[in-house]
Design a protein around this ligand. Structure first.
Ligand code: AMP
Length: 434
């Protein structure tokens, strides 16, 4: 199927061509026809699947075709609510790209910065508003936004908005929207609270599901290293030194942990920056901008800050810590291998993280390949790495005797080297909590 066959307006087709989008992704192929018919939609999908274009293109098409720009020119006709500033900015960029030739204007509003510029943009008039919930409600309450002309609402990453405690804000926002509208609701997971929320928002809807398994298994090459906590940084430095020209996104479970990784990388002469909730918006945007441009090769992020980050040519994602919520793993590795690209996701797993790995494998319905040896093996990682795994699971497992023996001698060599290294660099840190 091509975009042309979907019957989209010419200016949108022209813009998509410039973006080098030739064929719709599965979520686009399934959602766009439903949305062009004016129906509500429940999309179970995460970022990285082409979700933004799946909702953005039909909205632009409707606004361009059906609504007289002269009559309600620059009145908010479409609202997209999304959890983080980064996602909001990214969605704004996508609308600008896909709507380049439509004459429609979008603006993005989010918290953490002064409101004056955003208020001025709203006063000047916009057709499409992209917003995070807190600032949106704030500006609504101050009387800067009218939804009288609203025809489309999108709730993006609903489960994350719920996790971030935005549920009440969302309900208040929805209550202020005209009942006659087309509603779109996207969530990566569908726990009970999300199902209930979707029922409140959607009318008669159609459902489209893009399983995480498709995103992970088909496009991203995955692997896990068993490594002790004390050796995680050494292994990270080792892997980064092997790929000095690649853009690498490193995930840390905590903000403090992210700062610590940046510091340790600095000591190894690898420049990196951290993005997380304690960094100012300016610092976050600066780091993200440098990373997207390729000026900064290593970005260390927590999940909230990184969700939905879209970086062209992101070669590698490293899970420095395994997430305790399995779906987060899918979100993380979805940062690489986006749309039609392929990517690599490596995870570090220490003994305490084994249960997380098991849960992840259950969710994605596959075993994450064990990567075996690395120069920072210690007793713990060896126990985990040495094949003692369930019968015949991995074809790639180390079944070859001769390679095992050479590996063993390497292992001993490495072990000695690491002991020395640990003594120098990691003394006492193995039991300290992040
Ligand atoms: P999203 O899930 O919306 O964040 O999109 C993930 C990435 O896929 C972004 O880099 C998009 O630019 C890209 N993308 C979306 N749709 C297509 C398409 N049909 N063909 C090629 N790339 C696409």
């Amino acid at each position: 199927m091509t975009f042309k066959e979907l019957g989209l307006a010419e200016p949108i087709l022209k813009a998509l061509k410039e973006e080098n989008y030739t064929n719709p992704t599965p979520i686009q192929e399934q959602s766009i026809p439903i949305l062009l018919q004016g129906k509500d939609l429940l999309g179970v999908a995460q970022t990285g699947t082409g979700k933004t274009a799946a909702f953005g293109i039909p909205i632009l098409h409707h606004l361009y075709q059906g609504i007289s720009l002269r009559q309600n020119k620059r009145k908010v006709k479409a609202l997209i609510v999304t959890p983080t500033r980064e996602l909001a900015i990214q969605i704004g960029e996508s609308f600008t790209a896909y709507g380049k030739y439509t004459g429609l204007k979008n603006t993005v509003i989010f918290g953490g910065v002064k409101q004056a510029k955003q208020v001025n943009e709203l006063r000047a008039g916009v057709d499409i508003l992209i917003a995070t919930p807190g600032r949106l409600l704030d500006l609504m309450n101050q009387g800067f936004i009218s939804f009288r002309d609203l025809k489309f609402v999108v709730l993006d990453e609903a489960d994350q908005m719920l996790d971030m405690g935005f549920i009440h804000d969302i309900k208040k926002i929805i209550a202020k929207l005209p009942p006659k509208r087309q509603s779109l609701f996207f969530s990566a997971t569908m726990p009970k609270t999300i199902v209930e929320l979707s029922r409140k928002i959607l009318g008669d809807f159609e459902r489209v599901t893009i399983k995480p398994r498709q995103a992970t298994a088909e496009k991203v090459e995955q692997g896990v290293y068993f490594v002790s906590k004390a050796n995680k940084t050494n292994l990270l430095v080792y892997l980064l030194e092997k790929r000095p020209n690649d853009s690498v996104l490193v995930f840390s479970r905590t903000k403090h942990g992210a700062n610590k990784i940046v510091k340790k990388l600095g000591q190894a002469n690898i420049s990196s920056a951290a993005i997380h909730g304690n960094k100012s918006q300016t610092a976050r945007q600066k780091a993200l901008g440098a990373f997207k441009d390729g000026a900064l090769k290593v970005l260390v992020a927590t999940d909230i800050a990184a969700r939905g980050i879209d970086v062209d040519d992101l070669a590698l994602v490293i899970n420095f810590d395994l997430p305790n919520v399995s779906e987060t793993y899918v979100h993380r590795i979805g940062r690489t291998g986006r749309a039609n690209a392929s990517g690599i996701a490596l995870s570090f797993c220490m003994a305490e993280e084994r249960p997380y790995l098991r849960d992840i494998e259950k969710l994605i319905n596959q075993q994450v390949p064990r990567l075996g040896e690395h120069p920072f093996m210690d007793e713990l990682s060896e126990q985990e790495t040495t094949p003692r795994r369930p019968t015949g699971r991995s074809k790639n497992s180390n079944s070859n005797k001769s390679s095992n023996s050479s590996r063993n001698s390497n292992r001993n060599r490495n072990r000695n080297r690491n002991r020395n290294k640990n003594r120098n660099t990691n003394s006492g840190s193995s039991t300290k909590k992040d």
